[in-house]
Design a protein around this ligand. Structure first.
Ligand code: MN
Length: 150
């Protein structure tokens, strides 16, 4: 079964570009253009990772990351944020919302491929490791990863 990635992006051109690229990488892809659509898609079937545009029209995409982190059944899903803002304060806000990585637009696809692989691996290791008291959105995760060389 292929790894399923949910792309949440309100811009049709960016959404299609991301979906096409992910499919070429061998991922199964779903997409949503609004928060409501993303919530519905996730409730129907959990993706293995989410690519999240931070600015969804007038809505804050980070609402979705926070929602995933607060839900026991969903807080293992890696979230990679995509933002047009390269400002440090915005990057801080993104990382504090529970996102695992933050990629700036225009997207560096090599970096995206690396981050996606990295966080999918971490998620699968954490899923196998039942002793783990951490969830993927925890602030302590980088330290725990370094200890276990995830
Ligand atoms: Mn947008």
């Amino acid at each position: 079964m292929s790894t399923r990635i949910l792309v949440v992006e309100d811009n049709a051109f960016s959404r299609e570009m991301l979906c096409d690229w992910l499919e070429l990488q061998g991922y199964a892809v779903e997409s949503a253009s609004t928060l409501a659509e993303a919530f519905t898609t996730i409730e129907k079937s959990l993706p293995d990772a989410v690519l999240l545009d931070v600015q969804l029209g007038s809505a804050d995409g980070l609402t979705l990351a926070a929602w995933l982190r607060l839900d026991q059944g969903k807080n293992h899903i890696p979230v990679i944020a995509v933002t047009a803002h390269a400002m440090v304060t915005e990057q801080d806000r993104i990382m504090h919302s529970g996102c695992n990585a933050c990629i700036s637009k225009p997207i560096d696809f090599k970096l995206l491929a690396e981050q996606l692989k990295r966080w999918l691996t971490v998620a699968s290791v954490m899923k196998r490791d039942s002793r783990s008291q951490l969830s993927i959105g925890d602030a302590d995760l980088p330290k725990a990863m370094a200890r276990r060389q995830l």
